[in-house]
Design a protein around this ligand. Structure first.
Ligand code: ATP
Length: 253
């Protein structure tokens, strides 16, 4: 099981805006850690640094005690599966091919370009689609699926990658409440059954409380809460993580 460490990490964008203040964090192996914070708090920036989609301005990131560098980025990306709010599927391709794309990290670039995958890749893709209960949709175009089904294809693609870490950037922000529960339940199951370290950002406090082993609250790029979910509600920090108005909106929702 794999640990993620942020050591003295900051992120300042080219326009001079500092999105992440100096951060030291260890994300424990095999845990479901949720990052909470209002819009613009820096959740995506923090997550995107784990697989090199953003680079820290200062400090270092370690995956399983191995420092993330441009030289080992491809190797580390193979271990880190990524799930996005907008699913990021190739809409014109069928479900199977989308899932096979998760195997690209283990293929030469031209093999992936021409969708040349091995029997073992197909076997893994089938296994992944079974895990997300989508074997009846294998040959359908991705664009013909519902949002929840598309997110399940994205999870299958990540599973086919055989990741040690899953980074999920607001994975349920585009889904209805029932489908959100289904998707987070699936991620939680994968975390517990496969020993995958999951680091997810969410907007919904109730969902974080239900699924997280640990919640990290950030505000203006700074960690202001880091504890078990049960300690969040006892703590006025919930009002601090979100400004009070937003908190009241969430409570009503
Ligand atoms: N490429 C960039 N250049 C300059 N500023 C950026 C860039 N990307 C993000 N930011 C800024 O950094 C801050 C953090 O952005 P980030 O996307 O990490 O927030 P977030 O917490 O994920 O927000 P949301 O919940 O709305 O997705 C925001 O103020 C954003 O405008």
């Amino acid at each position: 099981m794999t640990t993620i460490e942020f050591k003295g990490v900051t992120k300042t964008f080219n326009n001079g805006f500092r999105a992440i203040q100096r951060t030291d964090l260890t994300i424990n192996p095999g845990e479901f850690t949720v990052i909470l914070g209002s819009s613009g708090a820096g959740k995506s920036t923090l997550l995107r640094m784990v697989n090199g989609l953003e680079t820290p301005s200062q400090g270092e990131i370690f995956i399983d005690q191995r420092k993330l560098t441009p030289q080992n980025l491809r190797h580390i990306r193979a271990k880190v599966g990524m799930i996005f709010q907008q699913f990021n599927l190739v809409n014109r391709l069928n479900v199977m091919t989308n899932v096979l794309i998760g195997r690209s990290y283990y293929r030469r670039w031209w093999e992936s370009l021409f969708y040349l995958f091995t029997k073992q890749d197909y076997k893994l893709a089938h296994w992944a689609l079974e895990r997300v209960e989508l074997t009846d949709k294998v040959w359908q175009r991705a664009s013909n699926l519902s949002g929840g089904q598309q997110q399940r294809v994205a999870i299958a693609r990540v599973l086919a990658q055989k990741p040690q870490i899953i980074i999920a950037d607001e994975p349920v922000a585009s889904l209805d409440p029932a489908t959100s529960l289904e998707i987070l339940g699936l991620l939680s199951k994968i975390c517990k059954e496969d020993g995958v370290t999951v680091l997810a950002s969410l907007h919904q406090v109730n969902l974080a409380m239900q699924f997280a082993d640990r919640i990290i609250g950030i505000k203006q790029g700074k960690v202001i809460f880091d504890d078990q979910p049960v300690n969040l509600l006892n703590n006025s920090l919930l009002e601090t993580i979100y400004d009070k108005k937003e908190h009241e909106k969430i409570a009503v929702a």
